[in-house]
Design a protein around this ligand. Sequence first.
Ligand code: B12
Ligand code: SF4
Ligand code: SF4
Length: 307
Amino acid sequence: MLKNTNLVKQLAVNAGFAFCGISKAEFLEEDAPRLETWLKSGFHGSMKWMENHFDKRLDPRLLVPGAKSVISLMYNYYTPQKQDDTAAPKISKYAFGDDYHAVIKDKLFNLVEQLSSEIGEIDGRVFVDSAPVLERSWAAKSGLGWIGKNTMLISKQAGSFYFLAQIISDLELVADQPIKDFCGTCTACIDACPTEAILPNGVIDSNRCISYLTIEFRDEIPQKFQNQMDNWAFGCDVCQDVCPWNRFSKPHQEPLFGPNPKLLALKSEAWFDITDSTFDQLFKNSAVKRTKFKGLKRNLEFLKPEN
Ligand code: B12
Ligand code: SF4
Ligand code: SF4
């Protein structure tokens, strides 16, 4: 078991994942009431899909029959690069380059293939933001970090500008232990959130979160958020930018996440004049495509100074 565990961790590092932690595939007992309360409070807003597969979301053995372990992985996306025009509508740095779903999924498939060739055929399903898996809870359970008041999974060594991914498999592996919470008395994220979306108990009300409003929410953005959006056109990095644990973030080494130079160079006025074809050039393989041209345009209209 230890030999396979070490092999998994070594291959994960070789594949470019910064950290890898292991948990036993079991029912997430402590998360069940948290998730239930979050949903009952309506904090998922219009993301009705969050109500689906409640039991599977809490027990990986229902999602992947025969599952024995959950392998949690972290992939760095931090970049110090910023958009040139400081007055331009902002795009979250996770969406500067190619869509992480595709980039990371390829790496996960390769990793499972390599594991199979080293260990023998394994049944391993890969997940990155695409299925009913409580990714942060698994990452915390496997000791990769703690869940901060901003609800991000934070690594003590490396901060929170990391995507999470999971391999749920029938491999028996040695589980890692969770670590303690290092937020202490800090409340920087709660204080800085432009729309007061982080409740004092470290729960996000998506209905107020700029990330939700600009990416997931399909209707008109409610007028009460006028002048509160901090100029974000897609996603929001505020509760991570202010987190002291991100002070020492190191740039990622993933060429596919390299910012599109045209995106960084776009001036404020040009953003507001954006056309369908500029959108396609700027966001060819990007996660921004999730909002489609129409969604981004809605966000930009909302940010327009005279609005
Ligand atoms: C829905 C969703 C959102 C929603 C809701 C956010 C939320 N806080 O739930 C919205 C659209 C707002 C959103 C925004 C963002 N998201 Co998002 N999102 C998700 C998604 C699909 C599901 C999250 C979920 O299940 N929420 C339900 C709540 C109840 O669960 P939770 O927040 O995970 O909380 C659980 C744990 O925190 C745990 N918990 C709470 N306290 C404690 C304490 C301890 C000690 C322990 C052990 C556990 C624990 O209990 C909760 C319930 O079980 C995940 C992918 C996935 N499948 O997990 C990505 C994911 C969480 N998002 C991610 C990212 C990057 C973002 C943004 C930064 C994007 C951006 N720049 O705009 C923002 C950050 C906003 C924020 N501060 O959360 C990453 C987070 C990576 C990380 N290092 O944590 C994920 C994991 C995607 C990925 N694969 O990388 N997101
Ligand atoms: S992503 Fe932005 S709006 Fe959402 S909780 Fe963090 S700071 Fe607040
Ligand atoms: S800003 Fe402070 S309170 Fe918020 S997650 Fe980071 S350390 Fe925790």
